[in-house]
Every structure is written in structure tokens, then in C-alpha cells.
Design a protein around this ligand. Structure first.
Ligand SMILES: [Ca+2]
Ligand SMILES: [Ca+2]
Length: 751
């Protein structure tokens, strides 16, 4: 369904302009960019082309919003003869845009502060959906295509969640679920509920029969779990701490440690990394110096992540992909230890940068199985290193790795199912639910591209011809959005856990109001703002009548209230609109679209799907924006749209979202907009008294927090009892009750 819409958007763009530039594509981060952040896109072309500049356009109106010469030529790479980096970091407008250079267009991308809102919750929801088992038989998370219990992966996932939470606790405050995963807030952050699920089973595993690598992971997860869970459940934390020490001591007492290696199914080669992390976490839990000495000893034998120095390694050969021990040990007060670890970390990241310099996407890993896990791990290493040292020398690498995951790669595909919902994402993942029922869960990270040399002559190579993406396969990296490709297109929970940390790290730079979007929606349109805030937005809509203009403008001015006005194109084109808009603008009110000719978009019965054509709808809206532009109002200044008669459906709100527009409607239940009725409507007529009483009744009963109160800018002359004449009294009454009237941007918390 989503893919269908994306194709239609592409078709719209392609039909509107002539596209040539054979085999030229611009790849962008489809999740979005923050206004103040570094922003890059990558252009790849099979042809020899010269790119000197590019422009950025609004996704709906096609208006040029910026022109740039910040282009750097990378050179020839594999089958791509020309590769360029397009930098638009200085572009700080918010909205939905595309890049154009010559005849080549990028997909639409977003710049705003809110694109991380809900992403962490979506990933936690995905993880929650992988829960299996119960307290008696043991309970764990399973991976995409089988329901095996894997202690090694479960311990690593648990540890990653704990580590992410410890580093960025304030981005994880959402609480909508309980320990059992039921939709019931329990006063505990949902990530901790998820961690608890992991820890319960891990703490009951028979460690005496388990390999040393797994035991190291168990001890590390339980020790960090003990530290974090202290704040939520002291008894549980004590139990975890005891178990962690027990397991660690057991491993230490085994004389022939190497024989315990699990060499069969997991084929994990390294275990000292796991024991180093266990010793490190136990040191931070107990401050017993023996643990610190052990950590240093174990660390000496694996100073850097081995996978940065190998090619074609099997998925779990060096697992987990990040050992956080060296980063944790940077924080202890021992100059020699600190210096050694700092040196090792820098060497690792320099090695990654060296690899990155060999490709135009600036990706610092060798592509073997689970490359996305490694890309995410490397991103997280760069960011933790920067946060610990303030050294910004690897920031470029960080950005490229993040961009790769969300679409800045040869195939232009986000590597996460359904994220963003407007993007190009895996549509045929090798995942049980998709194979059996056609359902693709949101938030699954696929394992990612692989070097062709590692794939050659394998079953995958023969099975997974992928027409759509074949053109972008290189010797360097192959990826198939094909259901049979269990190597590159099979999600795994380790990558999802890593992505939770990546998103948390990114989201941590965003003001908290933008991380948790508390607006209420109806068919994808906003119908109420954050109900925790004693705030009200007043809106007015106009198409035919404007008799309220003077009274409304003077009342709002007198009470110092900023409101939102939605005007149809037809109204905006009237000659008398000019003076009115000028005045409303000068008073600082929001002015946005209400539909070009104010045509009804759907049936009054909203359960019926409209048969509205997307292209027709968007061109109509575009006309409305063209009329706004004549009054000096750009689409970036007017991203909220109030549809005619408040009628729309989820397709219409999705089309709007794709081009950076938010549908907004009045909060149901107050009927403030019945002020258009007139006495000849008989039983359907509502006097101003009726309407005002209803508003105050709702206020009295349940409050009006976050409400959107919509009124008409003018009404049929048959109505003599104009509500806007009472607006001043209404504002005063509500102010007396403690409400603040806010402008639409402040209320929506989206930009
Ligand atoms: Ca909870
Ligand atoms: Ca290991």
C-alpha cells in the first residue's frame, strides 16, 4: 500500500519534469535531517557527468528554496563513473523538500525537529512483538525467521538496551506498557520493562552448561542490569548482582577455559571481549579492584574490534560488534589505563575512516554478513567517543553511517521496515510473518549489504535476482529486497537494539517537547494538542464570507491572542482579501490553506473511502499555496491545512504528510463551528448562546486542555446573531479558568 503511494509521488515528479541523466540518482536520508545538523546527499551516476551546483525545492510547490555550490567530486567507483557529495548543511528551513541538479531529482526528504518522535517507541514495539515463552518455560526474544532461543543474542540485546538507557535516560521516559507487554502504564519506562523481560530469563540460565563467551555476556548484562534496576526494584537488582558475580567466578575457576568455547552453532571466536565487559561492569558495580585488573588483562588480548580488520567474517564470529569496555574504562582515574584505551579507540576509528575513504558513501566497514549491525555499532562508537572526549574528528563518519541506514546508499532504501512510513523501505523481508501472512512489522532492521566476493556462487547469489535494485549492485556491496535473501534482507534483533541506541543518541540533541509528540489524531489529522497543557488554539476558516474580519481582528488584538486562519484559494484571490491578510499577518496570526475551491474531499460518512485522485488533490492544494504566495506567505510558513468541512481520510492525510503538510481539525465534541448556521435551518440552527454554553459545559465537565476551537470568519447574512461578537467574552471567561491561548506552532511542537 505504502509502496504504491511512493510510486505515485515519483510518477508525479517524473511527469512534471523531463528526467534524463542516465543512471543518475541522488540518495538522501529519508528519516529526515535536523535543522541545525550537518546535511548531505550522495549523487551516483553511471554516466560521466559534471555537477557544479544544485537547488533545493519545496516538495509540493516546487518553489526554489535554496541554491548551493557545495558539491564535491568523489571520483569513479565501481560501475558508477561519477560520484558527488552534495552538502546542504547551511540550509536550515523546515519542511519537505527535494534536491534537483540538471535533470535529476532526489526523493523527498524532511527537515524538522520532530522526526525522531515515536521512532524509539516503534523499535521497542518491534522488540516487544518478538517476545516468546513465559515465566515457567523461560521467556526470550526471537529473531526474524525462527523462534530459537539464543542466549548470546538475547544477552547482547539486553546489554545494549541497558547501555542505551544509561547513556540517554531522558529520551526513554515514555511509559505506555507494563512488564508483561500489555498496554497499561506501570510507572516504569517501557525500555526498562523490555530489559526486565530479557534479564528474567538470562538470570535463570544454567550457566554451568554454557560456553564462556555466553557466560561473559550474561555476567555483563546482569551486572549492568543490577546497576540500572536499583532505581526500580532493589530486590531484583540484588538478585542480578549476586548472579553476575556467581557466573563470573565460575568462569574464572575453570582451568581449561578455551575448551568451553561454543564452536558449533554460533561459531563465535572471541570470548575475552565478553569477559572484559563482564569484569568492567562488575568493577563499576562493586569497585573491587580485582575486577579492574581482570578487565585490563582480558582487554590486552583484543585491543580493537577484530571485524574492522577482516573480510567476509561469518555473522557471529566476532560478537558482539561493540565491546563497550574500553569506553567505560576511559572514565576511571588511572592515567595509564585511560591513555591506553583512548589510543586503542582512536586506532579503531581511524581504521574505520580509512575504509570509509575508499567509497563515496563514506562507510567505514567491510561488507560481510550483518553489515547493518556493524554500521550501527560503528556509528554508536563514534558518538560515544565524541561525547566522552569532545573530539569531533569522526563526525563525518558518524553522519554517513546514520544516513546509510535510512536510505543514503546505492539502492536508496531505508534499511528499517516501515521507517519512515513515507519512505522506500524493505517490502519483501525474509521474515516469518511476511512469508506466512504478508504482514511486515515496523522497526525491523534488515541485516544489510554484503560484498559480492563473500556472496559469490552462494545460493543467495543465484536465487535473489532483484530487478528493481539490480542496477545498483556492485562488487563492493550487494543488497536484495527479496524474500529469499536471508543473508542481506533478514532482520535481526541485535541490529534493532543497536538502532535504539543510535536513535537515542541522535534524539538526545533534540528538545524534549519534540521527542514525544502528544498531539491526538483522527484519520491522520491533528484534532487536539497535548492534553497535559492548559492551552487552547483558536482557529477561523473562510471561503465565502468575511463579515467577521474587523470584529475578530480587533478582539484578538485587544486580548493579545494569536490565532490560526485558514483561507480557501477562492477567498485569497478576492481583491478585498489583500487588506485583511496584510492586517492579520501584521498581528502575527498564522495564515494557511483551507482547500483551493473549498470542494468537499470525502463523503460525510467518513467510513467510506474517497475516490479522490492524489494528483488532482495535490495540484488543487498547490493552487491554494500559489494564492497564499501572492500574499507573501510561503508553504514553509504555512504547513498546517484545515480541509473543507473538516472532511478527509487517511489517504489524504498521508499524501499531505509526504509533502510536509499537517492536517488539522477542530477537537470533536464542542461544536464551536456551528456558528455558520442560521434560523431558517430550524432545528439545525444554533444560537451564539447555545454554542458558548456548550463550550463552557465541556470545559466544566472535562476541561479544554489542548483543544482546537474552530469558528467561522464570516457567515450567511441570514444569521444575525454573530458569534464573533461574543468572542471577547469567551476569551475572558476561558482566561479566567486559567487557559492560555497559544499560536499553532507552539501548540503543535513540530517545528
Ligand atoms: Ca512501562
Ligand atoms: Ca565475543
Amino acid at each position: 500500500m505504502i509502496r504504491k503511494y511512493v510510486n505515485i509521488v515519483l510518477a508525479v515528479v517524473l511527469f512534471s519534469f523531463q528526467v534524463m541523466g542516465a543512471g543518475t540518482r541522488i540518495r538522501v536520508n529519508q528519516l529526515g535531517y535536523l535543522p541545525e545538523a550537518a546535511k548531505q546527499a550522495i549523487l551516483i551516476s553511471e554516466s560521466d557527468i559534471t555537477v557544479k551546483d544544485f537547488t533545493i525545492h519545496d516538495a509540493l510547490t516546487d518553489e526554489v528554496c535554496g541554491q548551493f555550490h557545495t558539491v564535491s567530486f568523489w571520483g569513479k567507483f565501481d560501475k558508477f563513473n561519477s560520484n558527488y557529495t552534495l552538502d546542504f548543511s547551511t540550509f536550515k528551513q523546515t519542511g519537505a523538500f527535494y534536491i534537483k541538479t540538471g535533470d535529476t531529482y532526489s526523493p523527498i526528504f524532511f527537515i524538522n525537529k520532530h522526526h525522531f518522535a515515536h521512532t524509539i517507541n516503534q523499535l521497542l514495539t518491534y522488540l516487544r512483538s518478538r517476545r516468546i515463552g513465559n515465566n515457567v518455560s523461560g521467556a526470550w526474544w526471537y529473531d526474524a525467521s525462527n523462534k530459537n532461543r539464543n542466549a548470546s543474542v538475547n544477552a547482547s540485546v539486553t546489554y545494549q538496551l541497558l547501555f542505551a538507557y544509561s547513556n540517554y535516560p531522558y529520551v526513554f521516559i515514555d511509559d505506555a506498557y507494563d512488564l508483561q507487554g500489555e498496554r497499561e502504564p506501570n510507572g516504569i519506562p517501557d525500555i526498562i520493562d523490555e530489559v526486565n523481560w530479557g534479564l528474567e530469563w538470562l538470570s535463570k540460565i544454567q550457566y554451568e552448561n554454557t560456553s564462556v563467551g555466553i557466560n561473559g555476556k550474561l555476567a555483563a548484562a546482569l551486572a549492568l542490569g543490577a546497576q540500572v534496576c536499583k532505581n526500580f526494584n532493589m530486590g531484583f537488582a540484588d538478585r542480578l548482582a549476586n548472579k553476575a558475580e556467581q557466573i563470573y567466578q565460575y568462569v574464572q575457576e575453570q582451568k581449561v577455559i578455551e575448551n568451553l568455547l561454543d564452536t558449533e552453532r554460533l561459531q563465535e571466536e572471541n570470548w575475552r571481549d565478553d569477559m572484559q565487559l563482564a569484569a568492567t561492569q562488575l568493577y563499576f558495580l562493586t569497585y573491587n579492584n580485582q575486577y579492574l585488573q581482570d578487565a585490563v588483562t582480558y582487554g590486552a588480548s583484543e585491543p580493537v574490534p577484530p571485524w574492522l580488520f577482516t573480510t567476509c567474517d561469518t555473522p557471529l564470529r566476532f560478537y558482539p560488534y561493540v565491546n563497550w569496555s574500553p569506553y567505560l574504562l576511559l572514565q576511571i582515574e588511572n592515567p595509564q589505563v585511560k591513555k591506553d584505551y583512548l589510543h586503542n579507540i582512536v586506532v579503531s576509528l581511524q581504521r574505520a575512516r580509512f575504509i570509509a575513504q575508499g567509497n563515496p558513501f563514506n562507510i567505514g566497514v567491510n561488507f560481510s554478513e550483518n553489515s547493518n549491525n556493524k554500521i550501527i555499532a560503528l556509528h554508536n562508537m563514534c558518538i560515544i567517543y565524541r561525547q566522552l572526549t569532545n573530539d569531533t574528528q569522526f563526525v563525518d563518519l558518524e553522519e554517513s553511517l546514520f544516513n546509510w541506514i535510512f536510505g543514503c546508499n546505492p539502492w536508496g532504501i531505508s534499511m528499517v521496515t516501515g521507517m519512515p512510513d513515507t519512505g522506500t523501505t524493505p517490502s519483501h523481508p525474509h521474515i516469518k510473518s511476511y512469508i506466512e501472512t504478508d504482514q511486515i512489522p515496523v522497526g525491523a532492521v534488515v541485516s544489510g549489504a554484503i560484498n559480492n566476493a563473500c556472496l559469490k556462487d552462494s545460493e543467495i547469489d543465484r536465487l535473489s535476482f532483484d530487478g528493481l535494485y539490480e542496477r545498483y549492485q556492485t562488487e563492493w556491496a550487494v543488497y536484495h529486497d527479496h524474500v529469499n535473501d536471508y543473508v542481506t534482507n533478514q532482520p535481526n534483533i541485535d541490529a534493532s537494539a543497536g538502532l535504539i541506541q543510535l536513535l537515542a543518541a541522535r534524539a538526545s540533541s533534540v528538545e524534549r517537547d519534540y521527542l514525544f509528540n502528544h498531539n491526538h489524531h483522527d484519520l491522520g489529522g491533528i484534532n487536539r494538542f497535548n492534553p497535559d497543557q492548559k492551552q487552547i488554539l483558536i482557529t477561523f476558516t473562510a471561503h465565502q464570507y468575511d463579515d467577521g474580519f474587523r470584529k475578530i481582528a480587533s478582539t484578538l488584538k485587544k486580548h493579545n491572542v494569536k490565532a490560526a486562519f485558514f483561507f480557501s484559494g477562492d477567498f485569497l484571490r478576492k481583491s478585498r482579501a489583500k487588506g485583511q491578510i496584510k492586517k492579520l499577518k501584521a498581528q502575527g496570526h498564522y495564515i494557511g490553506p483551507a482547500g483551493n475551491h473549498y470542494f468537499q474531499l470525502t463523503d460525510w460518512d467518513k467510513s467510506l473511502k474517497s475516490n479522490l485522485n492524489k494528483t488532482v488533490f495535490l495540484s488543487d492544494l498547490k493552487e491554494n499555496y500559489a494564492a497564499l504566495k501572492k500574499h507573501g506567505i510561503s508553504k514553509q510558513q504555512a504547513p498546517f491545512f484545515n480541509p473543507p468541512f473538516e472532511l478527509y481520510d487517511d489517504s489524504i492525510s498521508f499524501w499531505c504528510k509526504e509533502v510536509g503538510i499537517h492536517i488539522i481539525r477542530s477537537t470533536p465534541g464542542v461544536d464551536s463551528n456551528l456558528d455558520y448556521t442560521f434560523p431558517e435551518m430550524r432545528e439545525h440552527y444554533y444560537s451564539s448562546r447555545d454554542i458558548l454554553n456548550k463550550i463552557m459545559q465541556v470545559e466544566d465537565k472535562s476541561g479544554l486542555n489542548g483543544y482546537i476551537l474552530q469558528f467561522n470568519y464570516g457567515t450567511n447574512p441570514a444569521r444575525k446573531d454573530k458569534l464573533y461578537k461574543h468572542l471577547g467574552n469567551l476569551l475572558m471567561d476561558l482566561k479566567k479558568e486559567g487557559y492560555e491561548f497559544v499560536d499553532i506552532f507552539k501548540a503543535a511542537k513540530l517545528y
